[in-house]
Design a binder for this molecule. Structure first.
Ligand code: KG4
Ligand code: ZN
Length: 351
């Protein structure tokens, strides 16, 4: 079976085609083609995502990207068996574009659709890498909007062990980067600036580090960074900025690593899966690798290009659901039915 997947929850339009092995087969679904358009340069002038511009750009990109994917895989649209799309959470207008296109195509082709939870897409994205994990595992989900530790027993079985009580890790990167005068999205820019800095040059807080629970709080860190930026005055040197970037990154990474180790200890599991945009951070990867090696834990990451939003993870999540008989498909010929988006949708609600 072939699954066409659409991602349009925020500032990336992603389309991908995945082949699903027969139900019950131990073979993994296979990514045949994918295409992505990032809106980052468009939103950069505004310092963040402008929802209305995001929606309009998704409309412009989604059909050309779909043609590119089908041509790349050498597959005709009529041969697609299931059309998956990000149903939420995300920006309502942006979600509506992916959902609208998916449901319209499905209705025209008389094929079923499947709405996918964006975070489940991130969570299952490491299954697209050469070193795919096996269930069960602890998942550290670190994106722009979410920071959660979960016990993942199977597809759709997600028990939240802990999460952030305020800002997400990606938000902490982005807000601190903005205070340092870096462009949106700040995470990768801050990481680059930090390369030339000394992480011990500033003493920044590690909120909730010793709470004994796998929960997070990053709002205080941003305030501490603001205090340091003010202290440095109008014209900080490049080295001072690099030091502050390195210290900020070190504070976020230390908390993420320590809480991941706590979640592994609590569950007794020996496998960690990292997903979401912040999972691309190389200092986080280095320190997680070291901490996991010490404890005999296997750690898995998505391919670097699949850490941030993409269509492949949505098609993959749909394929894994289909393979397990979890997707309820109306018989061919009945069309796709209505569509619904869920801008606010806790991951726990689908477990
Ligand atoms: O998962 P994602 O693409 O979007 C959401 O679903 O939110 O994550 C985007 C987040 C942004 O906050 C971005 O700054 C952060 O991931 N990010 C990074 C890096 N690459 C992306 N943060 C730190 N280091 C990176 N290399
Ligand atoms: Zn995302």
């Amino acid at each position: 079976m072939l699954v066409l997947g659409f991602e349009s929850s925020c500032d990336e339009t992603g389309v991908a085609l995945v082949r699903v092995p027969a139900p019950g087969s131990s073979e993994a679904p296979q990514l045949l083609a994918q295409a992505l358009h990032s809106q980052i340069s468009m939103h950069q002038a505004y310092g963040g995502v402008v929802p209305e511009l995001a929606s309009r750009d998704h409309i412009r990109r989604v059909i050309p990207l779909t043609r590119e994917v089908l041509a790349g895989a050498g597959i005709a649209l009529a041969d697609v068996d299931l059309i998956a799309f990000t149903q939420g959470p995300g920006l309502a207008g942006a979600l509506l574009v992916g959902a609208g296109v998916a449901v319209s195509l499905a209705a025209a082709l008389e094929k079923p659709t499947l709405g996918i939870h964006h975070l489940e897409g991130h969570l299952l994205s490491p299954f697209l890498s050469a070193d795919a994990p096996e269930f069960p595992f602890v998942a550290l989900l670190v994106s722009g909007g979410h920071t959660q530790l979960m016990r993942v027993t199977e597809v759709g079985q997600y028990e939240i062990l802990g999460e952030t009580i305020d800002d997400a890790a990606g938000e902490a990167f982005d807000k601190s980067a903005k205070l340092l005068g870096l462009p949106y999205p700040g995470g990768p820019h801050l990481a680059k600036l930090a390369l030339g800095g000394d992480p011990t040059a500033f003493d920044l807080p590690r909120p909730l580090l010793h709470s004994g629970k796998p929960d997070f709080s990053f709002a205080g860190l941003k305030t501490a960074v603001l205090t340091q930026v003010k202290r440095l005055g109008e014209a900080p040197t490049d080295l001072q900025k690099a030091d502050l970037a390195a210290a900020t990154q070190a504070a976020i990474v230390e908390v993420l690593v320590k809480k991941s180790m706590l979640a592994l200890k609590m569950t007794g599991l020996k496998r960690l899966v990292v997903a979401g945009g912040v999972g691309a951070n190389s200092v986080l990867r280095e320190q997680l690798n070291a901490a996991c090696a010490k404890r005999g834990v296997r750690v898995h990451y998505p391919e670097l290009s699949l850490c941030t939003d993409n269509g492949a993870m949505i098609a993959m999540a749909a394929a894994m659901r289909l393979q397990r008989g979890m997707a309820i498909l109306p018989p061919t010929g009945q069309g796709a039915g209505g569509f619904e988006i869920k801008p606010r949708w806790p991951l726990g609600a689908i477990s």
